[in-house]
Ligand binder design. Structure first.
Ligand code: HEC
Length: 113
């Protein structure tokens, strides 16, 4: 009897914890998408790059240019590079993390919604 109760308790806890985790993740990706729409589409519409053709946000280009981790993307977004301006005064660190995660996620999906 006690064993059964404990199992139920454990399962309920796991359920609550996993669903909580899923929601936080979803929120992150969502804000990432919103930030991208507001700040980045101008030059990177559809994961492309209207300024520098070889520097797209597609998986292949990111790999070639070694900008294919959250760390390297957020560093680039924070400090800017050549014709891309820095975002450290416009976005918080958390927002930069979120938009970087979104870029990576979209690259994995080849920018198909
Ligand atoms: C004014 C146009 C412009 C805007 C707006 C812009 N970028 Fe860029 N982005 C560029 C240019 C130009 C490069 C190429 C930089 C270089 O010379 O390596 C670039 C490069 C990148 C790269 C590296 C791509 C590669 O293949 O090397 C990433 C990732 C990136 N941008 C993400 C973002 C994100 C995220 C935002 C929004 C927060 C953003 N960019 C906003 C112009 C822009």
């Amino acid at each position: 009897m006690l064993n059964k109760l404990l199992t139920i308790l454990f399962l309920t806890l796991t359920l609550i914890l996993t669903s909580f985790h899923a929601t936080t993740l979803a929120v992150n990706i969502d804000t990432g998408a919103q930030i991208f729409e507001a700040q980045c589409v101008g030059c990177h519409v559809g994961g492309g790059n209207i300024v520098r053709r070889g520097k797209t946000l597609k998986k292949k280009a990111l790999e070639r240019n070694h900008i294919n981790t959250i760390e390297s993307i957020s560093a680039l977004v924070t400090n800017g590079k050549n014709n891309m301006s820095a975002y450290k005064d416009r976005l918080t660190e958390a927002e930069i993390q979120a938009v970087s995660a979104y870029v990576l996620e979209q690259a994995e999906k080849n920018w198909k919604k």
